[in-house]
Design a protein around this ligand. Structure first.
Ligand SMILES: Nc1ncnc2c1ncn2[C@@H]1O[C@H](COP(=O)(O)OP(=O)(O)OP(=O)(O)O)[C@@H](O)[C@H]1O
Ligand SMILES: [Mg+2]
Length: 256
């Protein structure tokens, strides 16, 4: 079982959309067993799976560590795809964690405690995060085998990639773990020249070795996927669906 965390400092770049469609691809196309963990109090990933919960089950993984993991996992309408959902109640987690000992590794501790159950049941845990490097997200980054960052084609997003890269380098040193940022996904690209300039900029930066060359275009079908809860693997044919190349590349690079 591999743990993959999807992140970005910048909001609205497509973290949740990517997490949802990657999970859809891996479960539907590759028949892999996936557990999603929604760590954004906005609960957008939970909503993509057409679920609405009255409490944040994900929050228990941090502050209620005696809780049985089976009570936190919900099945979704997609085969092989389960989720630990959340909702806005999770926004109190940061304050609750503040004075805790080893607050950055709470999630790691809970997952390790339940490793036997989880690794028998799932091939991947995919974690969606909120756009920050708060304590919750540091937990999500620290527990990951691979962190995948998502960027759109804005200069703010490019700057944010650089910032999160440098910050995580320092934090991972402090936590005595390997720097596990392994890939950058380019999402929401159009055919205008700014996208081409952006790709050129990335290719000349220190991100070039980990950037996945196949970008995801800006298309209504990606937006629609989160409204209907139907991942794009069920809608787009192979030659129109960037996830075939993206997953190939992520597998080749050892990210997945
Ligand atoms: N490739 C795409 N084409 C068209 N629309 C997209 C694409 N990717 C994402 N979107 C849309 O952009 C918006 C933001 O995407 P999403 O919610 O996935 O971003 P996010 O990074 O998770 O945001 P947040 O930082 O708030 O968690 C959504 O409305 C989504 O439908
Ligand atoms: Mg999101």
């Amino acid at each position: 079982m591999k743990i993959i965390t999807v992140g970005a400092l910048k909001g609205g770049v497509g973290k949740t959309n990517f997490t949802f469609n990657l999970a859809g691809y891996l479960s539907i196309k590759e028949n892999k067993k996936i557990l999603l963990i929604d760590l954004d109090p906005q609960g957008n990933l939970t909503q993509c799976l057409q679920l609405d919960v009255f409490e944040s089950l994900a929050m228990n993984m941090f502050i209620n560590q005696g809780k049985n993991i089976k009570e936190l996992i919900l099945k979704t309408e997609i085969n092989n795809l389960d989720i630990v959902p959340t909702n806005i109640g999770m926004s109190s987690l940061e304050v609750k964690l503040f004075n805790e000992i080893s607050r950055e590794t709470k999630l790691m501790k809970y997952i390790n405690k339940n490793k036997d159950y989880l690794s028998n049941k799932y091939d991947y845990i995919l974690i969606d995060t909120n756009p920050s490097l708060n304590i919750t997200n540091i937990n999500a980054y620290a527990v990951a085998d691979s962190i995948i960052l998502v960027s759109d084609n804005s200069v703010h997003s490019l700057r944010a990639l650089d910032i999160v890269g440098n910050m995580w380098e320092q934090i991972s040193l402090d936590l005595e773990i390997d720097n596990n940022i392994k890939a950058v996904i380019l999402n929401n690209f159009d055919t205008f020249s700014i996208s081409k300039d952006f790709i050129k900029e990335i290719k000349e930066s220190n991100l070039k070795t980990i950037t996945i060359p196949q970008e995801i275009r800006k298309k209504q079908v990606f937006k629609a996927s989160e409204i209907t809860g139907i991942p794009v693997i069920k809608i787009l044919k192979k030659d129109e669906n960037p996830y075939f190349n993206i997953v190939d590349e992520l597998e080749q690079k050892g990210v997945l």
